[in-house]
Design a protein around this ligand. Structure first.
Ligand code: AMP
Length: 486
């Protein structure tokens, strides 16, 4: 049950918001391609439309024009193999209280089974984390508004959310109000934007990433704080801290900076593209090599490759062409299918490569399908040398907080040293950016990050018996002592 996704919400009295929501979730398409959906309220009735597929497949003019209202939330759901199911499409909707409520979730809860039990769900009945949360909220619903000015859901959220553990950025709505919630570690991003003038706001927006504000002409106001609930309605924006001070510990996912977020997104006030360029610059200083051309594995490796080229003064060139009509190759469960998909997606530019000593930059190696296939293709195309440079540290631990990652057994860096990886990948050399340099490149001085995928230090306890944590050669029970963070 994994919920790495894009979330969006908008409240704009007097304005139809379905099209704004379409544009917002379209800008968050990279956060999830499995399903898309939105819930729209006209102040009395909530209508939900969601389906499998991309935003532009699920919504067309006809569906959008039928969605009337000034309040909406939207969602794009990440592809995770094994759970590709209509029931998991979001927003989740529950008919309780005056008009019910809808919920969109980005993140991954831990201890879902205990929570499901508490929500009165039989084991195995809940199809996703979000389903469990919707169940818990529905069970805590008073049915009548205790304070209609605040929206019915505000009190329910305040009662239920402090009990949750793990990663969650939620957008929620009842018939009249929009709500945003971030977990006390702030694992997943969530920001607040404004429509209209600062003194005379025409509406408010919530989004996983700031470009979703840009595309609808909203101004960025601020990121939600870890543990914060914002309640948006006719009386403006109200903020509540849901967690005690000692529970709040800012740990934004560092992989948002490495790979996941859009380059034009700002996180902790820092533009992701600039951070990725600096990762490449520091990588060039940390692991220089004599070569003729620096190239990227497109698209995600491009900013770091530009940074490497600038710092090393080795010319930057294009060595691979990407078929831009092919999406993610990462999630296919079958290795050979993934390799074929990489070849379908990337093709070498022979004249640029032949006889050259290449520095090849990518943002990460996970299972290694991409980079191993790329090395083979570049050699077939006549490269003289292939030096791999990766703009993040070895990825050796699965994520339990919302990014789809394979089991530890499938992660290359979990079972091989750098020399072993170099030989396995067929490269002339291989270097990874150090964690210190990654943090220096981001440059968010003093801010904490979750770097569990790189260090094994999990800020929220994870199920130690989970098979995902077992690397080849690990004996059952061995992990307890081996997990650095536990
Ligand atoms: P792999 O081929 O398994 O080594 O995956 C690494 C490649 O996939 C890199 O080129 C990354 O840009 C990309 N990538 C890394 N993490 C993810 C993720 N969680 N979801 C999708 N793609 C990813």
């Amino acid at each position: 049950m994994k919920e790495a996704c894009g979330v969006f919400g908008v409240y704009a009295p007097g304005q139809p918001v379905a099209r704004l929501t379409f544009d917002g979730i379209y800008a968050l398409q990279h956060r999830g391609q499995e399903s898309a959906g939105m819930a729209v309220s006209d102040g009395e009735t909530i209508t939900v439309v969601k389906d499998m597929g991309l935003v532009a497949t699920v919504f067309d003019e006809r569906t959008l024009s039928a969605l009337q209202g000034h309040l909406a939330i939207g969602h794009t759901r990440y592809s995770t193999h094994g759970s590709s199911d209509w029931r998991n499409a979001q927003p989740a909707y529950r008919a309780v209280g005056r008009a019910g409520f809808a919920l969109g979730h980005n993140g991954n809860l831990t201890e879902t089974d205990t929570l499901a039990e508490r929500a009165g769900m039989l084991p195995g009945v809940a199809t996703s984390d979000s389903d469990v949360v919707a169940g818990l909220l529905a069970a805590a619903y008073p049915g009548t508004a205790s304070d209609p000015a605040d929206g019915e859901l505000a009190g329910v959220i305040q009662a239920v959310v402090p009990e949750l553990a793990g990663a969650f950025s939620f957008v929620l709505m009842d018939a009249t109000h929009l709500y945003g919630v971030r977990d006390p570690h702030g694992f997943r991003p969530l920001c607040l934007g404004r429509l209209g003038e600062a003194g005379r706001p025409a509406g408010w927006v919530l989004a996983s990433e700031s470009p979703a504000l840009d595309v609808i002409g909203a101004a960025f106001v601020r990121e939600l704080s870890p543990g914060e609930l914002v309640v948006i309605g006719p009386s403006g924006v109200r903020s509540v801290q849901l967690f005690a001070e000692d529970q709040v510990d800012d740990r934004l996912c560092i992989f948002e900076f490495v790979y996941f977020a859009r380059p034009d997104t700002r996180l902790h006030g820092i533009e992701v593209h600039g951070a990725r360029r600096r990762m490449g610059e520091l990588l060039a200083r940390q692991a220089p090599v004599d070569a003729d051309m620096v190239m990227a594995v497109p698209e995600s490796g491009v900013p770091a490759a530009e940074g490497y080229a600038k710092e090393s003064a080795i010319p930057y060139g294009q060595g691979l062409v990407k078929n831009r009509y092919i999406g993610r190759t990462f999630i296919d469960p079958d290795h050979q299918a993934r390799e074929r998909a990489v070849r379908r997606k990337l093709n070498p530019l022979r004249d640029n490569i032949e006889g050259k000593r290449l520095v090849v930059v990518d943002d990460s190696i996970v299972r290694s399908t991409t980079i191993r296939t790329v090395v083979a293709m570049l050699r077939e195309a006549g490269a003289a040398e292939v030096h791999l440079r990766v703009s993040s540290p070895p990825f050796a631990w699965p994520c339990f907080y919302g990014i789809d990652t394979p089991t530890r057994a499938e992660l290359l860096a979990a079972s091989m040293t750098v020399p072993e990886m170099t030989a396995y990948l067929g490269a002339d050399s291989l270097a990874f950016l150090t964690l210190d340099n990654l943090k220096a490149a981001i440059g968010a001085g003093g801010v904490g990050f979750c770097d569990a995928c790189l260090t094994g230090e999990y800020p929220v306890s994870v199920p130690l018996a989970d098979d995902r944590l077992r690397a080849p050669g690990d004996r059952p029970g061995v992990l307890q002592g081996a997990l650095p963070g536990v």
